[in-house]
Design a protein around this ligand. Sequence first.
Ligand code: F0G
Length: 454
Amino acid sequence: EHIPLELHKVRVVQKLHLVPVERRLAAMQEAGFNTFQLQTKDVFLDMLTDSGVNAMSDNQIAAMMQADDAYAGSQSFARLQSAVEEVFGKKYLLPAHQGRACENILAQHFVKPNSVIPMNYHFTTTLAHITRNGGRIVEILSDDALKIKSTNPFKGNIDIAKLEASIATHGAGNIPFIRMEASTNLIGGQPFSIANMRAVRAIAKKHGILLVLDASLIGENAYFVKQREAEFKNASVAKILLTMCDLADIVYFSARKVSSSRGGGICSNNKEIIDQMKNLVVLFEGFLTYGGISVREIESMAVGLRETTDETVMSQSPLFIEYLVGRLEKLGIPVVTPAGGLGCHVDAMGFVPHIPQKDYPAGALATAFYIASGVRGMERGTMSSVRDVHGHDILADAELLRLAMPRRVFTLSQVKYVEDRLAWLYKNRNLIGGIHFVEEPTVLRFFNGRLAAN
Ligand code: F0G
C-alpha cells in the first residue's frame, strides 16, 4: 500500500473540537439537515470544501505584509499580474472577488437568450449564471464520465464527436464559447487530457468559437496530466500549466481554490476581449487594480499561483485522496474511481440503495456521516440540482457525498479516522433514511435550504 507523505510541516495550528454524538445530532437538527448550515464549533474535520481553506504557506503569509494598499495602481496588483503572466501565460488580467463573480461577468458579456454553451460538465454557479442570462448548457462528456467505477484516466474529457454534432445542431453562431473545466468538480474532480483539449481547441478554431478554461482546479489537472498522459511524463507542472492555458482564449479562476487565498480573475492575451469586460468589473467588482479583493489577499494569490507550479504542493491532495479512495474500495464502499482531485467522492446510490433519488440519498448520507463522525462533507447530487419548469426535481447524474481534501490541511491519522467512521456507517447504513426540503430557496438552494427527515 502506498502511504502518502506530508511534504510540509505544521507550524501554525488550530484546535479542533470533536463534540459528542448527542451534540452532533442536535447540531444537525439545528442545521436543517444541511451541512452548509453547521457551525464549525460543532465540526471535527471540515471536509465541506477546499474553497478558501487550503493551508496557506509561510511565503504566502509573509507576502501579505508587503501589501500596497491603494485604490488605484496598487503594486500588489502589478505583482499578481506578473504571476498570472508567468504561470498562465496571459498578459491581461481582470480581478474579481471570487470565481462566480468571473462567471457573472463572462455570462453577462457573452451569453444571450438562446445561447448554448457546450462544456465538459457544469459547476453549480456556472450553470446558474448562464441560465440567469437566458442561455443553456450542453454537457458533452464521454460515456465513461458518469460511471462511478472506471479506469478512464481522463473522465473530464469532452467527447469530440458529440461536440461536433452539438455545434452542427445549435449552430456556431449561437455558441459564444466552449467551456472546459479543469479537474471537473461535480463528476468527482476528474481531469481532462491535453490531447483532448487540443482537439477541442481545433474544433473551436475551425468554427470561430472561443475556448474558455475554468482553471479553478488547474493545478490538480496539471498534476494528473503529468501522472497519466505519456507525452508529459517528464514535463514540469509549470510547463503543463502553460500548455493548457495556451490552448484557451480566456482563462478564469476562483483563487479560493487555485491559490489558497481569496479572489478570482479572468485573463487572456486578447486585449480587445478584456477591454470589453472592464466596464462590468468596475460596475460589479471594484476598480481594475483590486476587483473587490483585499490587497493582502492579492499578494497571497500571487505567491499561491506560483506555488501551483510546485509538484510537491500540487501532489498533496491527490495523493491523500488516492489513499482514502483505495482504503474505501478495499472495504467495499462505493467511491468514484479513478481517484480525482478535490476530494473523495462516495457514491450515495451504492451506499444507501434503499433511498430513492427523490429523497436525496447524498444529502441523507452527508447528514448521517456528520452525526456518525463529526466530519462535514458536502452533498453533490439532486439537492444541488434545480427544478424544471413544472417544479419537479431534475435528478442529478450522480448522487455523491464529497469529502473534500483541502490542500495540506489534514494528517494521515485524520484521514484514517474518516475511513474508520465510514466503515462503521456502511455497516449500519440501514439506519439512514431520506430527507426533504422544508424551506427551499429558488437559487442555489443547497446553500441555505432547510430539510427534514422523511
Ligand atoms: N468553478 C469551479 C470549477 C469551482 O469549483 C468553483 C467553486 C467555482 C467555479 C466558483 O468559484 O466559489 O470562488 O465563487 N467551487 C467551490 C466548491 C465552491 O466547494 O467546490 P467561487
